[in-house]
Design a protein around this ligand. Structure first.
Ligand SMILES: Cc1cc2nc3c(=O)[nH]c(=O)nc-3n(C[C@H](O)[C@H](O)[C@H](O)COP(=O)(O)O)c2cc1C
Ligand SMILES: C=C(O[C@@H]1CC(C(=O)O)=C[C@@H](OP(=O)(O)O)[C@H]1O)C(=O)O
Length: 400
């Protein structure tokens, strides 16, 4: 299974292709819509989330609510497109059309139509302008924007439907830190998913939730932004996905890459990760004991992955998000046109992206696990995958 996306933040649409999806998986536009709606939730989002809609179309690989085995084509139209048609036009436009002040008196409306020459620290702007030889940062920032994560969720929703239907795998996420406010809430279970979606900060501990909301509000009111940490847990992952035999096919390699690819993720932790590195070996590992139904573990410090393979326990990963880069307290930069010191442009922006980031992380995990499951058991149809998995599980039962 492999996937690609294209499209810009203020372009007409995001495009995605998910190749390798087996046939026979129940999948509807409503299922994808529901996933996209989850990504829009959360305290700390900016103005754009309030008025923009994700207009999704399945344009390949699904017929009458069931996948066909052909590549899944997906479009998520940007409902803001009419405002950006000239600025983001694929075809040449007359220079005088580009420079118009829309006459609204709105500074942002005017700025949108200008070349952006002051790269914003923390964004792809500077490296992208130099590497791709652009004099307008818009040619970089439009693609670097986390708007693209909508498509990852869209494609991830397809992968997730496959995981649930083929293997009963369930994925849930929560937020474990906003800035310096940390949560001691227990690892969430699939039954918590609805309550977590209903929490403005994806946290089920009421006092911590209150403090997290306050931390986001404080950051926003003082012209600042704030980061945090999200945890994703996948239940029902069979033992042995991934492999110890090649570095790039290890499950931890693939999960770490998938999570690190989310814009603003700066660290990924598998299981106890950093804490494990500070724990003596005698207490850091998950001992294997005989149980009534086969082998059992006494703990899950490893986060369900050992030697690059799933170990049969819940797969537990965390990712740390840096604070939003577009800080209202505009940061120092240089105008590349003049070489003079300048202040980075601040337009509307999110104050905190950890809550939607947790949702995006769930779907990145889904895409990774779906690919790893198919690598392991194979099959062109859901029935074949299920049969192959059943045979593998029967063999596991005999061995353990
Ligand atoms: C869901 C989500 C929403 C985001 N919203 C914003 C935003 O409104 N403003 C902003 O400056 N950065 C936002 N970001 C973060 C930027 O996309 C990110 O800082 C930038 O791409 C550079 O990060 P990188 O160095 O990890 O690539 C958001 C990130 C995510 C995951
Ligand atoms: C549009 C989304 O996120 C955007 C991600 C983003 C960025 O710089 O990454 C900046 C903001 O967009 P704008 O610059 O147009 O205000 C966010 O709204 C989305 O998540 O759907």
């Amino acid at each position: 299974m492999r996937w690609l996306t294209a499209g810009e933040s203020h372009g007409p649409a995001l495009l995605g292709i998910l190749d390798g999806m087996p046939s026979g998986v129940t999948l509807t536009t409503d299922m994808v819509r529901a996933a996209l709606a989850r990504r829009r939730l959360g305290h700390g989002r900016g103005a754009r989330q309030k008025f923009e809609r994700d207009e999704v179309t399945l344009s390949g690989g699904v017929r009458h609510g069931v996948t066909t085995g052909a590549p899944i084509g997906m479009t998520i139209a940007n409902s803001e497109w009419p405002k950006w048609e000239v600025v983001m036009s694929a075809d040449p436009v007359a220079p005088e059309d580009l420079l118009i002040d829309a006459g609204t008196g709105d500074e942002r409306e005017i700025a949108r139509n200008k070349r952006l020459t002051k790269p914003r620290p923390g964004h792809a702007d500077l490296a992208g302008m130099l590497a791709y030889d652009h004099t307008d940062a818009r040619n970089v920032l439009e693609r670097a924007s986390a708007r693209e994560t909508a498509m990852r969720v869209g494609l991830g929703a397809c992968a997730r439907a496959f995981l649930t239907q083929a293997a009963g795998i369930e994925i849930v996420s929560h937020v474990v830190a906003i800035g310096s406010v940390t949560s001691a809430a227990p690892c969430p279970r699939p039954a918590d998913a609805e309550a977590l979606d209903a929490s403005p900060v994806r946290c089920l501990d009421e006092e911590t939730q209150r403090q997290m909301i306050a931390a986001i509000d404080d950051a926003r009111s003082s012209g600042d932004t704030i980061g945090g940490v999200a945890e994703v847990v996948a239940y029902g992952v069979p033992i042995g996905l991934g492999t110890h035999t090649q570095y790039d096919r290890r499950l931890d390699t693939r999960l770490a890459g998938a999570l690190m690819s989310i814009p603003s993720v700066k660290a990924v932790e598998i299981g106890d990760g950093f804490a494990q590195s500070r724990t003596p070996g005698s207490r850091a590992h998950d001992e294997i004991v005989p149980g009534p139904d086969g082998l059992e573990r006494t703990s899950n410090h490893a986060g369900g992955i050992e030697g690059g393979m799933s170990s049969g326990g819940p797969v537990r990963v965390r990712c740390a998000f840096k604070p939003i880069s577009t800080v209202p307290h505009a940061l120092a930069t240089v105008d590349l046109d003049t070489g003079e010191a300048a202040r980075a442009l601040h337009q509307r922006s999110d104050a905190c992206a950890v809550v939607p980031g947790a949702v995006v992380a769930e779907y990145q995990v889904a895409l990774t696990l779906a690919a790893a499951l198919l690598d392991h058991v194979g099959g062109y149809s859901l029935a074949q995958v299920s049969d192959n998995l059943e045979a593998y599980r029967a063999r596991l039962g005999e061995r353990s």
